[in-house]
Design a protein around this ligand. Structure first.
Ligand code: HEC
Length: 125
């Protein structure tokens, strides 16, 4: 008698946890198609702040860790955009050093933002 009650209780809990799991994760399983917005992907508003937070610990200022590659001014970033290394490195394209070094690849949307800026001519905007 006692065990039957426990069994029913556990089954109830199992059903509850499965259903809540399904609903909680719905937006991860089916991400909205508008998740990544690359409009307004300008150098000053989007690209430089991103590089400052993810790359310039090594590639900024007087940091020696970036092997001499600078990404903290427009002129410096323009060089890496023009030679293909900026996009190649963050997209983990074969033939380029995968960046950011030592940490996981950037989220797809951050890569898309940088690509959009480069494809629009890598302007000083
Ligand atoms: C932990 C330090 C570190 C971080 C963080 C880092 N880099 Fe680098 N990066 C390096 C080093 C070191 C090299 C030189 C690697 C080599 O030659 O083996 C390098 C090389 C590069 C190159 C040249 C790639 C090539 O194929 O020649 C580019 C472009 C670059 N980094 C961009 C970035 C970008 C963009 C980010 C941020 C998303 C980033 N790095 C984050 C240390 C770092």
């Amino acid at each position: 008698m006692k065990y039957k009650f426990l069994l029913v209780l556990m089954m109830g809990l199992a059903v509850l946890s499965f259903s809540s799991c399904y609903y909680d994760k719905a937006d991860i399983v089916y991400p909205p198609s508008t998740a990544c917005d690359t409009t307004g992907a300008t150098f000053s508003a989007k690209v430089l702040p991103l590089l400052n937070s993810k790359c310039n610990l090594c590639h900024g200022g007087t940091a020696a860790a970036g092997a001499g590659i600078k990404l903290d001014t427009y002129a410096a970033v323009k060089i890496q955009a023009g030679n293909g290394k900026l996009v190649g490195s963050i997209a983990h394209t074969a033939g380029f050093k995968p960046m950011p070094q030592g940490t996981p690849q950037l989220p797809a949307c951050e890569i898309a933002v940088i690509k959009a800026w480069v494809n629009a001519g890598a302007l000083n905007n």
